[in-house]
Design a protein around this ligand. Structure first.
Ligand code: HEC
Length: 128
């Protein structure tokens, strides 16, 4: 390989690596196989990690939006949106609270429990 070829090869390789890093960033984290999402466990986890912004009763706060809102119904924000929000954070797009930072200490299993809790509370108020 001559020098120019080698450079082109290196540039191509870098492009490929950055593409695959990007792709991984958007891969939806998966909870453990066979996990039974538990809304009761989810409620505790939500209180610990999410309620400061999304409100103790999912009704929002001055730092984040209510999840008991039509826009978060499953057909608009599927369960994957919860996994991605926690892993990558959220760029402000629906509200004026600013971006949500990633919450790295919350695992995909935790998110599955939290989502089960949010869905059960949403169903109680007719968001489903
Ligand atoms: C520091 C404040 C803060 C914390 C803590 C926080 N969020 Fe958020 N979250 C936000 C804000 C602000 C938005 C709205 C961004 C927008 O759409 O404008 C948001 C949006 C979301 C969304 C919508 C994502 C989308 O695709 O639009 C989900 C789902 C979510 N949060 C789940 C969670 C969960 C689960 C937790 C706890 C593990 C959590 N959040 C913790 C501030 C927070």
């Amino acid at each position: 390989m001559n020098r120019i070829r080698r450079r082109q090869f290196a540039a191509g390789l870098m492009a490929l690596i950055s593409l695959s890093v990007q792709a991984q960033g958007w891969q939806v984290p998966k909870p453990s196989p066979g996990l039974m999402p538990n809304p009761v466990a989810g409620k505790t986890l939500f209180a610990k990690h999410c309620a400061a912004c999304h409100g103790t009763n999912l009704k929002g706060s001055d730092k984040g939006p209510p999840l008991l809102n039509r826009i978060y119904e499953p057909s608009h924000h599927a369960d994957a949106a919860f996994q991605l929000a926690v892993k990558n954070g959220v760029r402000a797009h629906h509200w004026k609270f600013g971006d949500m930072a990633p919450v790295p200490q919350v695992t995909p299993d935790d998110v599955a429990h939290i989502t089960a809790y949010v869905r059960s509370e949403q169903r109680k108020v007719g968001i489903d």
